[in-house]
Design a protein around this ligand. Structure first.
Ligand code: CUK
Ligand code: CUA
Length: 624
């Protein structure tokens, strides 16, 4: 027995029997199981038969000069940023700083972005897990992307016209917004799950008594980004997805035990998934059935609440095995798929039965046994579900309707298992979150890469693997390994035709700040403050030099007057911690104090022309 046969998950009392493991292996077929094991143990390092693409010979090559078919938006986890990846090439196209600062773009250094981060809580990092595209009629409308911050209870919005973060909401009363989704079909709200239970308000009272802790579910307005209402519930909330009709939001949850340590949190065999009835919650808010906490209406959705006793409870509690992780709602909106994490099953909830059923067990439509450590499920739109198996390090493909027909715990719905390397979290297929998924490609976001890449020191990249799934009739085929800097959790794909990114800024968006060459100059705005206005173009700044006094607060506004796409200029000021990019027709501003008398060469950081190195200005700070 090697170390890798230890399936205890490192948790006391949570051993999964060898027999269970073997049974799961049988379904995969003996060869698949053996290949998985030898790869896990290292073996000869060849990682089994999976490294050689075979079968359909699907190619993910995008030839030079060709474009990818899909945008992939990757969460960046605790790096705080998002990444944009082309599918199928898996090429990283750009990064979008969200909760972090970024010196290449100047995000977090320029006035607008610094203020936004400051007003959004003032933290220097965040932990984003779940990117969500805004929807109209259940399809991506290309307007916005919303993403959570698990670390500080925030939700941010990215404007997909400019691929820039344009709002960060620090949601009151909540720590750790983990699950995050938009309410389908028309993005009425951005919804967030408060994962950590804390006293409400968390002001130092009752800190030692977990009975007074609670977790919250929140609705944020997608336009104003203001917090609308919250619902308090029992247990910890994890992931959330919504039905397609605007009524139900389903949240997975663990720790119904409401313990504060791992042994306590995993004690019971069942936890309660929550089904939030959004219109019923709105009605409760309208009727004044809430408590205001820090200015937010908080509705009581705990099991004992009077709002849960009548014919139409605002939150339904549905017992589910065992510390489940994900919830994903299938494309036609009939079922929510809840992966068991510590149970080898996926529980399917019948969303159509939810409204009328008083017996929670009645809404369970199916419960196939898929393998060890199921975390997330995705869809090809042709009747198949694909679930990631964290412990087995596999993606399992199964038949949705067969799972409804089969006995609970049956392995019959399983069609195929594909080894991945190693320990997958989310898996995502093309447009799987819409009502009309595209199939073809699936990405498995694997937490560990172990021996799959050249060693780069102890902190290794994740391994995002591209798997060809076709339209679901063919066998899955592993096509590419793609190292990812820590740590993506989830991704979402949109066909390129649904995103309309501008290549040059629209001057009208910045009318009041736009600077022309004639505007370039220095204006004294106060005894100790100046406003410097300056254009950029190839290969000069609007001012060859400017002079300020020691101690002046300098506001420097820069417009890039180029009209040509991709001619970016940078504005770097040595020894003042300033560098930012200005794209064509854009204006950016930065404010700093000129503390040290002297001469400072301002230079352009983007290699913009043959005379790029000569593109300079000079800030002269006169001693006072
Ligand atoms: S979570 Cu990370 S693997 Cu935050 Cu969606 Cu499941
Ligand atoms: Cu402008 Cu280099």
């Amino acid at each position: 027995t090697t170390e890798d046969d230890d399936l205890s998950l490192g948790l006391p009392g949570l051993s999964l029997g060898r027999r269970d493991f073997m049974k799961a292996g049988v379904a995969a077929g003996a060869m698949g199981s053996v290949a998985g094991c030898s790869a896990l143990t290292g073996g000869d390092g060849s990682a089994g038969s999976q490294s050689t693409p075979s079968g359909s010979g699907a190619s993910h090559t995008v030839e030079p000069g060709e474009h990818d078919e899909y945008y992939g938006f990757w969460s960046g986890g605790h790096s705080g940023e998002l990444r944009v990846v082309g599918i199928p090439s898996m090429r990283e196209l750009t990064r979008i700083p969200v909760f972090n600062t970024d010196c290449a773009s100047g995000y977090g250094y320029t006035d607008g972005t610094q203020e936004m981060l400051e007003e959004g809580g003032g933290y220097s990092w965040g932990d984003n897990h779940h990117p969500n595209l805004s929807e109209t009629d259940g399809d991506y409308d290309g307007e916005y992307l919303y993403v959570n911050d698990k670390a500080n209870g925030r939700i941010a919005r990215v404007n997909l016209t400019y691929f820039e973060t344009d709002a960060i909401t620090d949601v009151p009363n909540m720590q750790a917004i983990h699950g995050c989704t938009v309410l389908s079909p028309d993005t009425k709200y951005v919804l967030g799950n408060g994962e950590f239970r804390v006293p409400l308000p968390n002001d130092g009272t009752d800190v030692k008594n977990p009975d007074n802790y609670t977790s919250l579910f929140v609705a944020v307005d997608p336009e104003s980004m203001e917090t609308q209402w919250q619902v308090k519930v029992d247990g910890n909330l994890d992931i959330v997805d919504t039905g397609k009709e605007g009524r139900w939001a389903i949240s997975s949850a663990y720790n119904s035990e409401e313990a504060t340590d791992i042994q306590g949190m995993t004690k019971d065999d069942r936890d309660n998934v929550k089904a939030f009835d959004i219109p019923a919650i709105e009605q409760a808010v309208e009727n004044g059935n809430y408590e205001g906490v820090n200015g937010i209406p908080v509705v009581d959705g705990t099991q004992g609440s009077s709002l849960n006793q009548g014919d139409r409870p605002i939150v339904k509690y549905i017992p589910t095995p065992k510390s489940p992780h994900c919830v994903e709602v299938g494309p036609n909106g009939d079922y929510a798929f809840i992966a068991g994490k510590l149970s080898p099953t996926v529980t399917m909830l019948d969303l159509n039965a939810l409204a009328d059923s008083s017996d929670p067990e009645e809404v369970v439509a199916g419960r196939p046994r898929v393998g060890l450590g199921p975390l997330h499920t995705t869809f090809d739109g042709n009747g198949h579900a694909y679930t990631s198996l964290f412990i087995d390090s596999q993606a399992v493909k199964w038949d949705i309707e067969a799972a409804v027909e089969a006995e609970e715990g049956s392995e019959d719905p399983i069609i195929e298992k594909q080894d991945v390397h190693y320990n997958p979290g989310h898996i995502q297929a093309l447009e799987a979150m819409t009502t009309d998924p595209d199939g073809e490609w699936l990405v498995s976001l694997n937490k560990l890469s172990k021996d799959r890449f050249l060693p780069v020191g102890p902190i290794m990249p994740d391994n995002d693997q591209l798997i060809h799934i076709g339209q679901g009739e063919e066998e899955m085929e592993l096509v590419a390994d793609h190292p990812a800097y820590p740590e993506p959790h989830d991704c979402v794909f949109a066909h390129k035709d649904k995103i309309d990114a501008k290549k040059v800024y629209d001057k009208d968006d910045y009318e009041e700040t736009y600077i022309t060459e004639e505007d370039s100059g220095v204006e004294r705005t106060g005894e100790n403050s100046v406003h410097v206005k300056m254009t950029t173009k190839r290969s000069e700044f609007g001012l060859p030099d400017f002079t300020v006094q020691e101690g002046d607060e300098v506001k420097l506004s820069t417009t890039n007057i180029e009209g040509v796409q991709d001619i970016i200029h940078g504005v770097a000021i040595p020894e003042h911690d300033i560098n930012y990019a200005v794209a064509p027709q854009d204006t950016r501003e930065v404010t700093f104090t000129a503390d040290d008398p002297g001469v400072y060469w301002i230079y352009c950081t983007y290699f913009c022309s043959a005379l790029h190195l000569e593109m300079r200005s000079r800030m002269i700070v006169e001693p006072s």
